[in-house]
Design a protein around this ligand. Structure first.
Ligand SMILES: [Zn+2]
Length: 50
């Protein structure tokens, strides 16, 4: 265990999903109308990690 790491920090995939969450039918970061790659990647990571 390393000290100095915030315990309440969200996992990266959660942050990523939040960033790339679709607004008005598209990703505000990528501008993609479908689910963008970062979102899909984060989503599968979330599934893997439970
Ligand atoms: Zn995106």
């Amino acid at each position: 265990m390393t000290a100095g790491r915030p315990v309440s920090a969200e996992p990266w995939w959660q942050v990523e999903m939040e960033l790339h969450r679709q607004r008005d039918g598209r990703c505000p970061v990528c501008g993609t109308r479908k689910r963008c790659w970062p979102w899909a990647n984060a989503n599968s990571a979330r599934i893997v990690h439970g």
